[in-house]
Design a protein around this ligand. Structure first.
Ligand code: TXA
Ligand code: MG
Length: 342
């Protein structure tokens, strides 16, 4: 298939491109679109045939449900069978933005979109291009626009690399602002529970709702066959071809450890400035103790390690609070949970 590339710089001037993207979606096609978190691979959330193509293009397991993206809060009433008070509180504070809420699903949601679950994940993105395309089309099911298992895409170039020839169009809206996927919280159980950390932090959610639990899968590996609340958390994820090992220690001890290692294809995944003191090639992901810059750079850094032929990567461990929890959660999966403490 020929993949069209729409470069959108200005919502008004480039309106015809946005309309073309929306028309493809309304006809049941696939379009990769920019959001403030990562690029999404979008299709009409209410059209089972269209949604089926998402799973095929990504190679995504059929039991992993999709997030439905909306442009206005009111749309939630057509998608959910029940909108808890907590959803209204969170929407008021954090929408549009990088937060996905799981609520009981309405009848309009096809089984394929929610992977057969009785719930549906809903998010209202803040990216002006994403919002404009939703407005001009329909609610969009959109997982991250990467091949299943690979690091999520934060530029149109990443999307072309993973999905060129597999989708109808890619909308280039530049680099994504946050760089990690949205925070996912379920409001469908007795207590609100964080399923995936993101740019809206656990601390902020607790501030808004009071008690919020953290799902076990956020920081630990799920045994095969174990029942999970968020199916996405059980799969191999964000993995570059290279083996990744997280090394927990301060800058000095990390560099001493990295510099002592011997073997071929060893790389460091480090914070800015540390590359100058390493005797191995390094890829930088953000500044020490600046979780927002780490989130912004992480997926591009994992892709760069592959391009540079890394075989074994020792990664600096981020702190685990605030947005750092999201960075650590993604890095843990990239490392298949392998971590050394110095
Ligand atoms: O930032 C994001 O959320 C991006 C952009 C494109 O919006 N999308 C994204 O989608 O990351 P995806 O499909 O890669 O991740 C969705 C996550 C998966 O872990 C999935 O298992 C979980 O949300 N999820 C979706 N629906 C769910 C449901 N009904 N119950 C529990 N988990 C659900
Ligand atoms: Mg994903």
């Amino acid at each position: 298939m020929d993949t069209k590339l729409f470069v959108v710089q200005d919502i008004e001037k480039d309106a015809p491109l946005l309309q073309e993207a929306a028309d493809i979606l309304k006809r049941g096609g696939l379009v990769a679109i920019p959001t403030e978190t990562v690029y999404g691979l979008a299709a009409d959330a209410l059209n089972p045939e269209a949604v089926k193509k998402i799973f095929a293009a990504k190679g995504r397991p059929a039991d992993n449900p999709l997030i439905v993206h909306i442009a206005e809060f009111e749309e939630i009433y057509g998608l959910a069978s029940q909108v808890p008070e907590s959803a209204k509180i969170l929407a008021e504070r954090f929408w549009p933005g990088p937060l996905t809420m799981i609520v009981p699903k309405g009848e309009s949601i096809p089984d394929i979109t929610s992977a057969g679950l009785p719930t549906v994940a809903i998010r209202m993105p803040s990216h002006p291009i994403a919002r404009e395309i939703i407005r001009r089309s329909c609610p969009l099911a959109a997982p991250s626009a990467n091949l299943s298992g690979s690091p999520s895409t934060t530029t149109a170039q990443h999307c072309i690399h993973d999905l060129g020839g597999r989708v109808d169009a890619i909308v280039d809206g530049g680099e994504c602002r946050f760089g990690v996927e949205s925070t996912v919280i379920t409001l469908a159980g007795k207590k609100p529970r964080l399923l995936r950390p993101g740019a809206i932090t656990l601390e902020e959610l607790r501030d808004a709702l009071g008690e919020v639990e953290m799902d076990k899968a956020v920081l630990s590996q799920i045994d095969p066959g174990e029942r999970v609340s968020s199916p996405g958390m059980k799969y191999k994820h964000y993995a570059p071809k290279a083996k990744v090992v997280i090394v927990d220690g301060d800058s000095e001890s990390f560099l001493r450890f990295l510099n002592e290692q011997t073997g071929e294809g060893i790389f460091g995944l480090v914070f800015s400035g540390e590359e100058e003191r390493a005797n191995k090639p390094c890829v930088v992901y953000g500044e020490n103790d600046e979780d927002v810059t780490q989130a912004h750079r992480l997926f591009a850094a994992l892709r760069e390690l592959d391009e540079r032929g890394a075989k074994l990567v020792y990664a600096r461990c981020p702190h685990k609070e605030g947005v750092g929890l999201a960075v650590y959660n993604r890095l843990l999966r990239a490392a298949a949970f392998e971590e050394i403490t110095l």
